[in-house]
Design a protein around this ligand. Structure first.
Ligand code: A3P
Length: 292
């Protein structure tokens, strides 16, 4: 069963959501004007994007931390390639925070100025796959595939939105010297959120008091975010997310892949991914009890 063109639009070798983007917008990205103070969060889908968007917003916006401003994540950390709210990015006040799933070769060329900060968050690909499979039932913009085995085949051949996970992560690691980039993993965030928040603060040059860090950590936990309407994408229109079918914050753990992948599927996955993954300068964590 081949993926439907209704859900995948290929542009320069990378798959986008056709309803949410145009060729003109994608063509214009290369020259998108970058500021030194901008912060770009880059991820492959289902790797902890919304989580890091929330953390960045909490770190950078006092009004978010203290609850005095009622602004949702999509306005705080909008998507570069999917400008869902038709925001005027030029008039945004600095520091502008952006999220993106773009591969290294499609980001605005100004990002290679060596000053603008990029944060790349990765997650072990089996949990990414499982999260993606469930997300496809809930998002009207991702093709739902009932059979997990078929979805997995699409994932390992890159026939999904954002194309092949391996290409994405390999590309960003291989070109890391072109960017001012901090690499983080979902698993380190899960295991020690406070240290990750401090790492991000340090990278951004943002000094927060102990109490402010506590607030960020507290508001970025899975349970708090799941209930936080500004953070949990409940505000996304139902023509993008069908809220009767799921929640964006689903399980939020490490190792959920073990609950769905069969031994044969796991072996098949490893046979396709393992060799290339071993060459990546990153140690993957596959279970909540694994050491980092
Ligand atoms: P699961 O589907 O495994 O639960 P993205 O934002 O890149 O699409 O990633 C979504 C995944 O991140 C979902 O994974 C979601 O539950 C998880 N997530 C979001 N916020 C989280 C948090 N505060 N703690 C742990 N996981 C979180």
């Amino acid at each position: 069963m081949q993926p439907s063109e209704k859900y995948l639009f290929k542009y320069k070798g990378f798959s986008f959501q056709p309803d949410l983007v145009t060729v003109e917008v994608l063509d214009s990205l290369e020259d998108f004007e970058i500021r030194d103070s901008d912060v770009f969060l880059v991820t492959y889908p289902k790797s902890g994007t919304i989580w890091t968007q929330n953390i960045l917003s909490l770190i950078c916006h006092e009004g978010h931390r203290d609850g005095t401003e009622n602004i949702d994540l999509l306005d705080r950390v909008p998507w570069v390639e999917y400008n869902i709210r038709n925001m005027d990015y030029i008039s945004r006040v600095s520091p502008r925070l952006f999220a993106s799933h773009l591969p290294y070769y499609l980001v605005p060329k100004g990002l290679r100025n060596g000053r603008t900060k990029v944060i790349y968050v990765s997650r072990n690909p089996k949990d990414v796959l499982v999260s993606y499979y469930h997300f496809a039932k809930f998002s009207t913009k991702v093709e739902e595939v009932e059979d997990f085995g078929i979805f997995m085949e699409r994932f390992i051949s890159g026939n999904v939105l954002a194309s092949l996970w391996l290409d994405h992560i390999e590309g960003w690691y291989a070109h890391r010297d072109d960017f001012n980039i901090l690499f983080l993993t979902y698993e380190e965030m899960k295991k020690d959120l406070r240290s990750t928040v401090l790492k991000i603060c340090n990278f951004l040059g943002k000094r927060l008091t102990e109490k402010e860090v506590d607030t960020v950590v507290n508001k970025a936990t899975f349970d708090k975010m799941k209930l936080d309407q500004r953070a949990n994408y409940e505000f996304m229109p139902s023509d993008i997310l069908d809220h009767s079918k799921g929640t964006f914050l689903r399980k939020g753990t490490i190792g959920d892949w073990k609950n769905i992948m069969t031994v044969a599927q796991n072996e098949r996955f490893d046979s396709v991914f393992k060799e290339r993954m071993e060459k990546l300068p990153i140690k993957f964590c596959w279970d909540i009890s694994d050491e980092l």
